[in-house]
Design a protein around this ligand. Sequence first.
Ligand code: ATP
Length: 255
Amino acid sequence: MNILTLQDVDFRYGGLMAVSGFSMHIAEGSITSLIGPNGAGKTTVFNLIAGVLRPDKGEIIFQNKPIHRLPPHRIAALGMARTFQNIKLFERLSVKEHLNLAQHLKNESTIFGEIFGLSAAARDKTRRNSKTREILDFLGLSGCADLPAASLPYGLQRRVEFARAIATGARLLLLDEPAAGMNIGETADMTRLIRRIADTGITVLLVEHDMRVVMNISDQVWVINYGQVIASGTPQEVRRNSHVVSAYLGEPEAT
Ligand code: ATP
């Protein structure tokens, strides 16, 4: 089953057609990469999916619901979370607090309940703390739960971003260049982590320039150029596609 479908989507910035007749579908539980040259339209597609931009034409369906007219917070509440190329963590919050905050999206209690300690709020708090511990443990972050997230090394900050996205209860994670700025060891760790996250049933869509990451972990790859899909398939299929080679990858490695 597809968790996300884009159907014939157009988007222009003024006179510039950034995305044109763009169709893509993503199977639930898969890892999918969206790749293409600089300026091809990848970020625009991410922004259209997350509701930051609205398509001029076409449909975007997430978990069987049309989302192309919804604002970003409504789309997030339906089960989508995003990480950014430049890590965006709160200066003063600990790792644990980032995760607790993220879970507020799906809490049942009201602000009055929080203040007066009413039962739904108390239940939420217990559930939140235990979910936070579970996610921290899963991502190997338990040892830094009480440290300010922004004080951690870069690779761990990226992990906190993943943890926060998972804590929202998201079924689809949009990862914008997760390997950007990482060394080889950090990239290998991050790649394993994405695979483990997908193994729990969470679907992952990533934009990534590091072809080792893309070829290693993707179930499906979609290639975009000038706002249009020029190829899609398994990493092996895409690597052999002559349009992709000439537009983006260059000559395939000798094997
Ligand atoms: P990169 O890999 O360099 O991040 P990209 O594939 O993400 O590129 P986009 O950022 O989506 O590409 O850009 C697609 C096209 O839209 C490009 O021609 C770009 O110059 C243009 N564009 C992007 N953002 C804007 C904007 N805010 N206003 C006008 N044009 C824009």
